[in-house]
Each structure stands twice: as C-alpha cells, then as structure tokens.
Design a protein around this ligand. Structure first.
Ligand code: SF4
Ligand code: SF4
Ligand code: FES
Length: 218
C-alpha cells in the first residue's frame, strides 16, 4: 500500500511529505535537514521553532517542527533566533541584581508580543511585570515549561530578553537552595533517602514548599 502524501512549503520551496510525519521528519526525508535547526527532536530544546501559515485561512503561529505533524498546504518559515551570551546567576537574587544583569527590564512597553509568540503558552509579558515587582518565585513557576526557543526575545522591539531573565532567575534560585543543602550534609542525605522513598505527588508538593520557604520541613 502506498503512503498518502501531501505538499508543504518550506521558505517557498514545495516538498512532498508523508501524512502523519512531523515537519522535521519531512524535511529530513526531503534532504533539507539544514533548513531548520534541530537538537533534541523531542519537543524539549526549542531549537526547531518555526512559524506556520495554513492554506485554509486558519491563523498560523509558532510551533516546534519536531512535534508538529504536516498538513496539506502548510507553509513553514524557520526562525533565525541566535543564542545570547549567558549571565552568571547569583545566590539570593534581589531586584537590584536582576536590573544590574538585565538593564532592559524596565523598558517593557506591555505590547504583549512575547506572550503571543510563545509556543509553550507561557504568560511571558505578565511574568516580565512580576519580575519588575520582584516576585521571583512566581516567575520561576512561569518559566518551568520554557524551552528557550528565544522567540520572546526575537519579537521584543525593546530588547527586554524575557526568557534570558527567566532562566537567570531559575538558576539563581536553584543556586540559593543548593548552598542551603551544602551547609548541612545530614540534611542532604535525608533528602536523598526521602526522594527515593516518597511518591511523586508528595515529592512535588514538598519541592514547591521548599522553593517558597528555602527550608526543608521535617
Ligand atoms: S515583547 Fe518586550 S516590550 Fe512587549 S510585552 Fe514582551 S517584554 Fe514587554
Ligand atoms: S518563554 Fe520565550 S524562550 Fe521560553 S518557550 Fe516561550 S517564547 Fe520560547
Ligand atoms: S528539536 Fe528540540 S524542540 Fe524540536
């Protein structure tokens, strides 16, 4: 039985794709692997982010090419997002540290483009406003599912760099907790035993409490 194929376009060039395969697989099969960046090929790293246009008038948007199945008439445009220089995290981060590391924080004009662009439906603009108020725990939660595709940075006219700040805050908060554990070896051993023995939901709840209080409750 022959497999059904559809036509899709990548940057204006038409290729044939098998129904049911992802955009990345279609590009690989067409010998065009280099037209879209790939890393994990599993929806985690964000390297393969593309924008899409549909032939039937449906609104397109951003998608991960390694997760998105092909559809007849779909047009794909790769996003040329380059990596940004990493900024060292700091333990016990405060608003002054964040502003020093990212002086553009206060330039946000609340245009909302970053939220619209995010393929992971993260409320990026709201999170930038939380950063401005120093609500870092909430920001860390917001960016839990960030795949660092860089689109929120790419679309921001004011060069605010939301995901870089989100990552910096998550690393800084993580560094603070790591230092708290390192000061107490018994505590580290207790934690390890606890993680091995406890069910997932209880572990998650305890991790949330730890993140909020900075302490391991007995
Ligand atoms: S795109 Fe930039 S300016 Fe617009 S809301 Fe997001 S961070 Fe603010
Ligand atoms: S927050 Fe920014 S970098 Fe993270 S997934 Fe959304 S658009 Fe991509
Ligand atoms: S290649 Fe990593 S998310 Fe697609």
């Amino acid at each position: 039985m022959t497999e059904k194929t559809v036509e899709i376009k990548i940057s204006g060039k038409t290729i044939q794709a098998k129904v049911g395969e992802t955009l990345v697989h279609a590009l690989w099969a067409a010998g065009m692997a280099e037209s879209v960046k790939t890393g994990c090929a599993g929806g985690v790293c964000g390297a393969c982010t593309v924008t899409l246009r549909y032939s039937d008038g449906r609104q397109g948007g951003t998608e991960l090419a390694c997760m998105k199945p092909v559809e007849a008439g779909m047009e794909i445009f790769p996003c040329p997002v380059e990596a940004d220089e990493p900024v060292m995290p700091v333990a016990q981060p405060e608003l002054s540290h964040l502003k020093l590391a990212f002086p553009t924080l206060d330039r946000c004009t609340k245009c909302g483009s970053c939220t619209t662009a995010c393929p992971m439906s993260i409320p990026v603009m709201d999170s930038v406003l939380r950063m401005q108020k120093g609500e870092f725990q909430a920001v860390a939660e917001d960016f839990t599912t960030c795949i660092h595709c860089g689109l929120c940075r790419f679309v921001c006219e004011d060069k605010v760099k939301p995901h870089n700040m989100g990552l910096w805050l998550r690393r800084s908060l993580g560094m603070s907790r790591e230092m708290a554990i390192e000061k107490n070896e018994d505590l580290a051993e207790q934690e390890w035993q606890y993680l091995l023995a406890t069910n997932r939901e209880v572990r998650l709840e305890r991790a949330r409490q730890f993140r909020q209080s900075g302490r391991v409750e007995p």
